[in-house]
Design a protein around this ligand. Structure first.
Ligand SMILES: Cc1cc2nc3c(=O)[nH]c(=O)nc-3n(C[C@H](O)[C@H](O)[C@H](O)COP(=O)(O)OP(=O)(O)OC[C@H]3O[C@@H](n4cnc5c(N)ncnc54)[C@H](O)[C@@H]3O)c2cc1C
Length: 338
């Protein structure tokens, strides 16, 4: 069956397309069907121009002030109009919180089906996704159309967008705004307080060892916090944690206040997708390391030469005191910054 593939994306606050949207575009192109681009946002012309050469037969959009903000009713109405106008059989969109919120509803309205957290797309089309907390991988095909796919990051190299790759004639679709929901503002942690950074090149994992008694018989929580936050500030790395470390607060023990269960990596935590990882003061037990399956290059600092990481789970194990190593690493980073 010849498919009409709609790449659906929303613009960012500055009018650009995110890296994930560009990865999704590359994945959509790889399917080889007739490609249509559908954009949602305040003003989408810059975004459209930046991917002018992507080979889309049409550029459709629903744009205007009401579509600049993430809101279920307007996003769903916009996506519905775009899918109808494109007569899309396959709809591929990035797995952003904005689309995750509304796209299942759009699939329902249009009598389609949706699969989320897609981690690979191949000709067919066939998609891959994980089940049961990343333990089982399934390859799925569906006969039902339209078929909506929300795509995770890391699925493809991003389409190389350029400022003004060309001038695109964008077809604007009229969509009536009937929402009673008004966006009054946004509350989010300050960027420097936000320690989970999915786009970071490096995942820095802190384990429970940071809070344990050290060689001098005392725990050094303040030093641990200073070293970890100093490293994150200097490198922009994302902060992950072992379960033991984030569970400590429930046990009434001294904790690192900037960590929560959101940071937890592993079987009952997250499975992030950074190219590199550095694990510190973490034993490397299987329920934790299973969350590292997409981290391609793994290094570890642990006092224990027989820790779990030593059993083929890491590329490099530094048998060393993480407090001393990170002190030195931070000093070297400070030197290179000046
Ligand atoms: C059903 C189930 C699900 C689970 N899910 C998860 C999960 O999602 N994620 C997860 O992380 N765990 C999970 N666990 C728990 C997991 O099995 C481990 O208990 C946990 O990961 C251990 O955390 P840790 O390595 O930080 O702590 P510990 O095991 O206490 O290890 C601390 C390490 O720090 C090292 N250390 C101490 N001081 C220093 C120093 N100065 N320098 C260098 N190294 C030092 C020690 O040598 C030690 O290896 C799960 C367990 C179960 C049963």
């Amino acid at each position: 069956m010849s498919e009409t593939i709609l790449l659906l994306a929303h613009t960012e606050a500055d009018g650009s397309l995110s890296r994930l949207a560009l990865e999704t575009l590359a994945a959509a192109k790889s399917l080889g069907g007739a490609l249509v681009v559908g954009l949602i946002g305040g003003d989408v012309q810059t975004a459209a121009d930046s991917i002018a050469g992507c080979g889309a037969a049409r550029f459709l959009s629903v744009a205007g002030e009401a579509f600049a903000e993430s809101r279920y009713s307007t996003d769903a109405a916009a996506a519905e109009a775009l899918v109808k106008a494109a007569q899309a059989t396959i709809v591929i969109a990035p797995q952003t919180s904005r689309f995750a919120r509304c796209m299942a509803g759009v699939a329902q309205r249009l009598g389609g089906r949706i699969d989320t957290h897609v981690t690979a797309i191949a000709e067919g089309p066939q998609i891959t996704r994980w089940y049961y907390r990343q333990r089982m991988e399934a390859v799925i095909e569906r006969a039902q159309r339209p078929w909506f796919l929300l795509v995770e990051s890391g699925i493809a190299e991003p389409y190389p967008s350029r400022d003004r790759e060309g001038a695109v004639a964008v077809e604007m679709l009229p969509v009536e705004v009937s929402s009673r929901t008004r966006v009054l503002g946004r509350q989010a942690p300050k960027a420097e307080q936000q320690t989970i950074r999915p786009d970071a090149k490096l995942l820095f994992v802190a384990g429970a060892g940071w809070t344990k008694k050290q060689a001098d018989g005392a725990a050094h929580i303040d030093d641990a916090a200073r070293l970890i936050l100093g490293f994150l500030a200097a490198t922009g790395a994302s902060l992950g944690s072992s379960k033991s470390l984030v569970d400590l607060s429930g046990e009434g023990q001294a904790v690192l206040p900037f960590l929560s269960h959101m940071n937890q990596v592993g079987q009952t935590g997250s499975t992030p997708r950074h190219p590199k990882g550095l694990s510190t003061c973490c034993h490397g037990e299987e329920p934790h390391v299973v969350g590292w399956r997409f981290i391609r290059e793994r290094r570890v600092i642990n006092l224990d030469a027989n820790c779990g990481w030593a059993r083929g789970k890491a590329d490099v194990l530094y048998v060393a005191d993480a407090f001393a190593v990170m002190e030195r690493v931070n000093a070297l980073l400070a030197e290179t910054a000046t």
